[in-house]
Design a binder for this molecule. Sequence first.
Ligand code: AKG
Length: 280
Amino acid sequence: MRLEPRQIEAFKRNGFLAGLPLLSDDACTRFQQRTEAFEQQYPDAAQWAFDIKANLLFDWVYEISVTSALLDAVEDLIGPNILLTNSIFRIKPPGSNTHYGWHQDAARIQVEPPFILAYLAISNATRANGCLRVIPGSHRTVEPFRLISYACNRKVARTIDVDERLAVDLILNKGEVALFHCNTIHGSGENLSHRPRVALINDYTPADARQSTGTGSGQLVRGVNKGTGFMSEKVPVGAFTLDNILARRRTLMRYPENVLMGPLESGEQPTFADDLPQSG
Ligand SMILES: O=C(O)CCC(=O)C(=O)O
């Protein structure tokens, strides 16, 4: 599915494009069922396995992320050589107070040319369940931020000064996708509804991009990667296998400075959460 010139212009102007019907109902339902089955089977692992680079762990995350209609839209914004550099689950259970303060994803490590994010609405995203909110036009500059502690021993940036009156709610139907620039200020509130809000958020990076700090890595999902900036990652075979967990671990040890984990302090060793499944 190709974007129209007016949609590309709107993205350039506002830093986001919402409401693109790119995923089938079936694909979303299967995805949600697999998510729930994994949470039931591995309740402890879900916290880290659904976080950084889940696309290296689960073949079904990789598969939904390379849906051709979705990649067509991504290609229209960042060009033909595309890396999937991250997938994270963002699930807000009914009534949960999970919320995300205002931030820009490329605040700590800048990426040039910039990457884009795709919010895949696996369930409807509404005001009541804490849909994504964005500040139009905020993608042009990186704003001052502070660091806060986050799950899995991570630190994340939070933008200091945001005029919330400008915020736009990205209300989406199940199967719709919102695309936004890596510097678009965004955040979201609590889930006050009685249903889960389920989303997958993917980063798509031009293969010739470079990071301001460290070396990034990603799976080539379209075109070619000459390896000038981002290193190539393997495609997972199966879901949550030992091979996949070890491959993710090797990647995060070798290229620890990614936009989610941020730059290492001098002498700091990379840390990230994982665990090996217990053998029967
Ligand atoms: O899922 C959301 O509403 C926002 C998530 C987000 O911005 C993040 O994880 O950085």
